[in-house]
Ligand binder design. Structure first.
Ligand code: GLU
Length: 507
């Protein structure tokens, strides 16, 4: 049975790269009838951030990524929060010490700092490794009694993994192929901290083993830790899962990783939902609040680092699940493209179920204090203007004139289109409109064209003049569609009022 997990640390809001990792895990599990597990990795108490776990869960829910097991769902491998499993890890650290794969290190932070400074002053790189461990205060160098004395006296210590001195650590990554790292480049990583908690490395491996995880699919930033994880599996006598390290999400210019700090600096959100920093109160924008449909958001994200191998771009969760394979994930970083993100939303907006659009539109209309508009009318407006919109908010911004009279007339447009004879000519057309029985786009166009011919009016000026009185500007869809939607009474009111208001201009 395929079992995969998404294992975020609640140290802040979830970056969109994290959502993509969760998404690929979801596709991978669903496609093969496996299980997707959410595990909260909160062993680092110093990095705990209020509200982050909740934020992560809500963002994943909004994105439509559903888990089979997790802190909320429960499951037979729980608990799914590492802080609730903390008594479980120590035995494995002890096992590693007993088997000679790990050791106690009693060096204080100050001592290590001093050592680092001395080494660096002499032009050497310092890390806790085979070169240096012999000169440090640990159970490899101290006698058994000395170690026991320190333990009995309650001296603080960490537990470090003993890295082999001269060994090529090799493993296969599903996306990258064979990965080789020489052990001399690695330091003896802390696996258990002086505060009595395991580090990420130990807890992660123990939990992946106990939760029977078959594939570890995670971001490239974890690739340097993978050799250590491979060793931990070996030393604990367990089979390692398959590893797949996903490519980084890059800034739009391709220069470097898209980081949490990029926030709104680059003009687009890097978080799925809006996040308020509990300490500083600083607000970072989110895709949800920016008006993205969750379906468009995940579709856009999925294509950053993967493609289905054919021409398709607009794909539902089910279609992407069906088409997904790790073989089609790229090795190289994927550049974020803000315009493409908007394009995805535009495409979804065009095909979105009309009843849902009407509901979303009404919500935003309320903010403009416009209520009690019937759904049929809203639907007609949406149909007329949606092809130029990316977001529901764009529909409001560009279509507000359908719901209230123009408060003013754009100066530039007036200058360009309003002539001395506009009032009298458009007045004649208003008279004809009064007589119109079948108020629809085609009939209205006929009426206007007939009047233009009959009175030898300047056609362009008439069309633009009428538009100005309807919209207040020179924008909008086909003029006669606007008139049809506004209806006879409202259109004539706008013409008459507008003529009055603009008449003074030419006097
Ligand atoms: N807790 C790690 C993170 O925050 C998990 C990395 C992994 O998937 O192994 O990304």
């Amino acid at each position: 049975m395929i079992r995969v997990r998404f294992a975020p640390s609640p140290t802040g809001p979830l970056h969109i790269g994290g959502v993509r990792t969760a998404l690929y895990n979801y596709f991978f599990a669903k496609k093969q009838g496996g299980k997707l597990i959410l595990r909260i990795e909160d062993t680092d108490q110093t990095r705990f951030v209020e509200g982050a776990e909740n934020y992560i869960q809500e963002s994943l829910e909004w994105s439509g990524i559903h888990f089979d097991e997790g802190p909320k769902q429960g499951g037979e491998f729980g608990p799914y929060r590492q802080s609730e499993r903390k008594n479980l890890y120590r035995q494995y650290a002890d096992q590693l010490i007993n088997d000679g794969y790990a050791y106690y290190a009693f060096d204080t932070a100050e001592e290590l700092q001093k050592m680092r400074e001395t080494e660096e002053a002499a032009g050497h790189k310092f890390q806790y490794d085979s070169k240096h461990r012999k000169n440090l205060k640990n159970s490899l160098r101290l006698s058994k009694d000395e170690v026991q004395d320190k333990l009995d006296a309650g001296k603080p210590y960490t537990i470090r993994l003993l890295f082999p001195e001269d060994e090529e650590i090799v493993f296969t990554d599903v996306i990258r192929g064979e990965v080789k790292v020489h052990s001399s480049n690695m330091d003896d990583k802390v696996i258990f901290k002086s505060d009595g908690m395991p580090t990420y490395h130990l807890a992660n491996i123990v939990d992946d083993h106990l939760m029977e995880i078959t594939h570890v699919i995670r971001g490239e930033e974890w690739l340097p830790s993978a050799p250590l994880h491979v060793l931990l599996y070996r030393y604990l006598g367990w089979d390692a899962p398959e590893f797949a390290h996903l490519p980084l999400l890059l800034k739009p210019d391709g220069k470097g990783k898209l980081s949490k700090r990029d926030g709104d600096r680059l003009g687009f959100p890097v978080f799925p939902m809006e996040w308020t920093d509990p300490k500083t109160g600083e607000i970072s924008s989110g895709y949800k609040e920016s008006g993205y449909f969750p379906e468009a958001f995940v579709n856009m994200l999925a294509f950053l680092g993967w493609n289905p191998g054919d021409e398709r771009e607009i794909m539902s969760m089910d279609q992407m699940t069906e088409a997904f394979s790790l073989d089609r994930c790229s090795k190289s970083g994927a550049r974020f493209d803000a315009d493409k993100a908007k394009w995805f939303n535009h495409e979804y907006l065009q095909q979105y179920p009309m009843d849902k659009l009407v509901t979303a539109f009404k919500e935003l209309l309320k903010k403009e204090t416009i209520e009690e508009v019937c759904d049929d009318y809203i639907e007609k407006v949406i149909k007329a203007i949606k092809d130029r919109a990316n977001f529901v908010q764009d529909l409001i911004n560009s279509g507000l004139y359908f719901f209230k009279h123009p408060e003013s007339y754009e100066e530039k447009a007036v200058k360009k289109h309003w002539r001395e004879n506009s009032a009298s000519h458009i007045g004649l057309i208003a008279d004809e409109f009064e007589k119109c029985e079948g108020w629809n786009s085609e009939n209205l166009e006929d009426i206007v064209k007939t009047q233009i011919e009959k009175h030898e009016m300047a056609g362009g000026k008439i069309f633009n003049g009428i538009r100005l009185l309807m919209v207040g500007a020179s924008s909008g869809p086909h003029l006669f569609d606007i008139l049809e939607i506004l209806g006879k009474e409202e259109s004539i009111i706008r013409l008459r009022n507008g003529i009055e208001r603009l008449r003074s201009l030419n006097q």
